[in-house]
Design a protein around this ligand. Structure first.
Ligand code: BGC
Length: 247
């Protein structure tokens, strides 16, 4: 089965057709800069452009950078606040003329790592973190994903929110070296370790490709590894969850 997966991010909206059996892209990924302000209408238009680019008319699964419960957007850290309260499943499906289902973006990426990547068959508590414009999280216990965990919004002992201290956007804005940023990110990991005592932490998002550059700054005792699907997990997981939702 081939399904279009979409990943809505703070800086880019990306899509690809995914082979659900294998968990891989069929052909190239297509990316459009996230228009600003990122209102729900312009996001819908951008997703529509991506679907048109692939001339795709099947069901669509979309990772969205906010808390999403039964399709309703509840938070808006890196998108326009007018998104809050909107049923994105309904709005996107109407605007696109195709059935669309929306989930939190870290949950879609975590679902992909669970099915095809490094959380596959993992017993215990795994915390998956996506590091990009914000920090997203997916908490997976013995193969079951607990949605909308939002660990990027934890307040650290320095009084700062985790994603305002150590997201990839912060690294770029403050021109931090990978090592300096890694030390900051380690503070976030220490906090998560003390709260949840996970058995495994997996790092996804663009940063996962650069893991070797900051690995030495990570000193927590929980095993930490980069995501296997790298930055493609959000798209693959969106398609996967859509295949389950519409089956
Ligand atoms: C949002 C999360 C999202 C994460 C990554 C955070 O700002 O609150 O819902 O998963 O960014 O996009």
């Amino acid at each position: 089965m081939e399904i279009l997966g979409i990943d809505v991010g703070g800086s880019g909206i990306k899509g690809a057709i995914v082979d659900i059996e294998k968990g891989v892209f069929v052909g190239e990924r297509f990316r459009i800069e996230t228009p600003q302000p990122a209102t729900i209408e312009v996001i819908a238009e951008t997703i529509s452009e991506i679907a048109d680019h692939f001339n795709y008319w099947g069901v669509i699964g979309c990772g969205f950078p906010s808390v999403v419960r039964q399709g309703v957007v509840h938070t808006a850290s890196n998108i326009h606040e007018s998104c809050i309260g909107v049923n994105a499943n309904t709005l996107f499906s109407e605007k696109l003329g195709r059935k669309v289902v929306v989930f939190n973006d870290a949950d879609t990426a975590g679902a992909a790592e669970l099915k095809y990547g490094c959380v596959k068959n993992f017993q215990g508590l795994a915390v998956f973190l996506t590091i990009g414009t914000g920090i997203g999280s997916a908490v997976i216990h013995n193969g079951v994903l607990l949605p909308n965990s939002e660990l990027g919004h934890l307040y650290l002992s320095n009084g700062k929110k985790a994603e305002h201290f150590a997201s990839d956007a912060v690294r770029k804005n403050e021109d931090l070296s990978r090592k300096e940023w890694g030390r900051r990110f380690n503070v976030v990991l220490e906090h998560i370790e003390r709260l949840l005592y996970p058995d495994l932490i997996v790092l996804g998002g663009g940063t996962s490709k650069k893991f070797h550059k900051f690995e030495d700054s990570i000193t927590i005792s929980t095993p930490v590894k980069p995501a296997e699907l790298l930055n493609n997990a959000g798209i693959i997981g969106g398609a996967l969850l859509a295949s389950e939702y519409f089956s």
